[in-house]
Structures are given as C-alpha cells and as structure tokens.
Design a protein around this ligand. Sequence first.
Ligand code: FES
Ligand SMILES: [Fe+2]
Length: 333
Amino acid sequence: MNEMTPIDRIQTSQELERCPFPIPYGWFMIEESAKLAPGEIRNVQAFDQEWVMFRGESGKVGVTDPFCPHLGAHLGHGGTVQGDNIRCPFHFWEYDTAGWCKKIPYAKVMPPLARKKPILRALPVEERYGSIFVWYHPDAIEPLWAVPDVPEFEDADFVTLPRGSWDIGTAIQEIGENGVDFAHLHYLHGAPGIPPGKASAEGPFFNVDIGNGYIVGKQHGPGISIMHFTQDDVVMTMFATSLPVNKELTRTRMQFTHRRYPEGSTEAKVGQKLYEHSIGSTADEESAGFESVDMIVWDNKKYRPQPLLCDGDGPILLWRQWFMQFYAGRYNG
Ligand code: FES
Ligand SMILES: [Fe+2]
C-alpha cells in the first residue's frame, strides 16, 4: 500500500518540526450559524490570522480582514453593522460582504481603486446546514469546487443529533491521516482486528472504504469529510469539518444524523450506539472513539516527513501526496 522508499536513518527530536505545514486551501467551516445573529460582529482566529465575521440585517454573512483599508482601524473593535455593510469605527467607511467600499460619508469622489475592485479582503462565504463555510486560498484564488450536498440534513425523516466541537493541538493534515491509518484502529481504538481498507484520490476528493463497506467516506478538500457508518442496515452519516485555526491548532466539528426510527426499536439503539461510539462517549465498549484516545497522540506527536512504514500500514503516503496539492506550491515535504 505504501511505496517503500528505503530510509537509512531516523530523524530525532531536534531535527523534527512538530507541524511543518503551511495553511492549506479549501472550504472550511468557520462557525455555527446560530452563533452569529443579524447585526452582530465577531472576531475569529482562522488560517493563522484574525478575521472579522459579521451578519448583515438581511442575514448575509461577511468574513473579512480586520484592518480597514483606509488607515488601518480594526473593524471588529468598535465597528458596527449598517444594513448589510460593516462600518469602520474610525471614519465611518462602509464595506459590503464582498469587501467593496460602499460608502465614504465625507468624500465627494470615491478613490479610483475602490471603484475598480473590492479593497477589503473578503472570503467567499456559503451558509448551509446551520454552518458558515468560507473558502480560503493563500493567493485569494476563487473556489475550485463546491461545498458538498448532504441530502440527509434536508430530509425530515432524519434526526438531528447534538453536534460536537474539539480543539486539537496539531495540523489539519495530521488529523485526516488518521482516516487511512487502518492499523491504529485496532491498537489505539481497540477494533477487533486491523480492518481491511481501500483508498483512492481523485482531484480534490479522497475516498476511503474501511471494513468492506462498514465505513465509507469522502473527503472534499482538506476541510470537509462525509462518512457513512453502516451496521445492521442502519446508516449513520457523520459530517466532519476541520478548521486550521493556526499551524498547530485545528478545530474539528462533527454533525451526525440517521433515519428516524421508532423509539426503543433495535434500529434506534444501533443508531445511538454508532453515534456515541463516533464521539467517544461510550464508557463500556471494547473500542473507543477518537475523543478519548486520538487526542493523546495528536496533541503530543511530531510529524515525520520520512516515516518508516511497514507492509501492514494503511495508504498513508497516498494521503500525504494527495494533501500536498492544497499547499499551493508552498510545501513539498
Ligand atoms: S480607518 Fe477605517 S474609516 Fe478610516
Ligand atoms: Fe483514530
């Protein structure tokens, strides 16, 4: 599964950087919709910098650079929402959600640059399924694929389960690598054996099948993955998003659903068990979800750019090769 590049020495602590990666590009879930009311402004850390997030009176969301293009005031400290614009506290210049300067209250003529293009950096925003997604690219290139559809979230026959959010002390690439590390499912999570697994990459998408259909997942760029867990004809959907807060901190959120079953039925119990297992809240089970065990590894490990792999490891190098594209030529490690 892994092409063996013979390595003759193992790098030691001082040679290894904990998280050597730049911030990748893609769609990322930056906040839950419910946490940003119309007229509200919030400052948020993401992609190794601070951003200002605001919701206009009509419900439109903007996510912009914090510093006003005029004289650099911070829009998120004293700024206000006016209609669908954010207004700087310093001289009351206004910007819309796409970063266009819409108003300078005391100027007779708009500066030429402000007439030509948006002057405040604004990220493309999409709001779906109770979440605010932003497209981030270090070179501000427009979205190269779409936020995926999850038809289950729009179907009244599916239940709404509590969401979870976890701050994980490592780079986003490391978290996703877990999904192709089939051996750790046995040793760290206590699965009965090492499950068989398959993986394939296609452009910005990465497919994985663990345990011959038990877990079938698709990763949409670095920030979003949709997994289906199937047990006894019950299918649970896990919608997982990861946000690179900075180079060493990732905010992973999960949202789950499955078909609505009669209370107390076997199917309802299987669904509940799949859910609890996924978030690691089962106390009495032989195998443990990620919260209780993966975190110990993630929060403390160092990335090995030249790992010593064996034939029983999963397609770790395929994952790494695939992930590289999202660094826009800034990392070839
Ligand atoms: S610094 Fe923002 S309007 Fe002047
Ligand atoms: Fe894991």
